[in-house]
Design a protein around this ligand. Structure first.
Ligand code: DGY
Length: 328
């Protein structure tokens, strides 16, 4: 019997790829850069299953060009690259990789928070450039973490894991926004569910973990930075478009806030001439939050399980549009 045809839009770890290859005819896009939308559409044309990355736009045009498609398995927890309404309308389940990258992403949120608060990026560059004169009592003064207040914007798994590290390790008080209060966070971390205004005004550190959707896109603009403390550190490990970047650059340049640590930007990659790179109080990582060996293996395994369930017509273990299973 013919094996289901699958396109994998980039090389993923063998931990997942081999599971897919054991049951399907697989074509893997071999390049470092993503396939163009035209190529992706062409590849999807004959596929039953598609493994996409956060850099691949899966929209109605692609889905319409893929009449045999039974599943899209995203190699990410975020699915903002996928038009979910279009997939649901066509009864195509979409899978993601929740849980697998929670710890790694929380680790990077804390890393960026520390690096920005303690001015690690700028002081290290200064030393390398030969400007380290001596030990100076007033040199490189940063911000303390212990006992300060952390504001978590979006208390999902990753927000919780970040808060747990900073509450447990540095005794931080935790404020958070979320659609609903989170009893676990309140109980385990003594966290307080507040509105965004209160969070911005009271937090020493603001860490973004919300989904990207039309209500959260651009949620950090000039007005929000102006409400933050002048000593505040802003961290984003969610998605670049949450932030109005010119407003952030202005806030960093004018001292409206103290510093920022970003793992995500808009666009990605951020071009080398972008103003944010020129600001010493902005630490930028190239979207590496899930980049550990074990995490990427776990993501690949979940991604393969979703894909294989989908090609067999079974329910995906992690489906972000379960409405596809509702009978009407
Ligand atoms: C995700 O999975 O959404 C991350 O941004 C990439 O690992």
């Amino acid at each position: 019997m013919a094996r289901p045809q699958v396109f994998v839009a980039r090389r993923i770890p063998d931990a997942g790829l081999q599971l897919i290859e054991a049951e399907c005819d697989v074509e893997v896009w071999p390049k470092r850069l993503p396939p163009s939308p035209e190529i992706l559409r062409e590849k999807a044309r004959s596929c039953v299953g598609l493994v996409s990355l956060l850099t691949d736009r899966i929209d109605a045009a692609l889905l319409d060009a893929a009449p045999k498609l039974r599943v899209v398995s995203n190699f990410a927890v975020g699915v903002n690259n996928i038009d979910l309404a279009a997939a649901t309308a066509r009864k195509i389940p979409v899978g993601n990789t929740p849980g697998a990258l929670t710890d790694a992403t929380a680790d990077i949120a804390v890393t960026l928070l520390l690096a920005a608060a303690r001015r690690l990026g700028e002081s290290s560059l200064d030393a390398r450039a030969g400007r380290w004169l001596t030990w100076e009592p007033l040199g490189w003064l940063g911000r303390d973490l212990a006992g300060r207040t952390l504001g978590v914007v979006g208390m999902g798994r990753i927000g919780f894991a970040t808060a747990k590290r900073l509450h447990g390790g540095w005794g931080m008080k935790v404020l958070y926004t979320a659609r609903q209060p989170k009893p676990d966070a309140d109980r385990e971390l003594g966290a307080r569910h507040v509105d965004l205004e209160t969070l911005l005004a009271e937090s020493d550190f603001v860490s973004v973990h919300a989904d990207l959707n039309p209500t959260t896109k651009g949620m950090f603009g000039a007005a929000e930075f102006a409400k933050m403390k002048r000593t505040a550190v802003f961290v984003n490990t969610a998605r670049g478009p949450h932030v109005d970047q010119p407003a952030l650059a202005n806030a960093l340049r004018t001292g409206t806030i103290f510093a920022a640590g970003l793992d995500v930007t808009e666009p990605e990659p951020l071009p080398p001439e972008h103003e944010l790179y020129s600001l010493p109080n902005c630490v930028i990582a190239p979207h590496i939050a899930s980049a550990t060996v074990d995490t990427r293996n776990a993501m690949a395994t979940l991604c393969a399980r979703n894909l294989l369930a989908g090609v067999k017509g079974e329910r995906l273990p992690h489906c972000v549009n379960p409405a596809v299973y509702e009978t009407q």
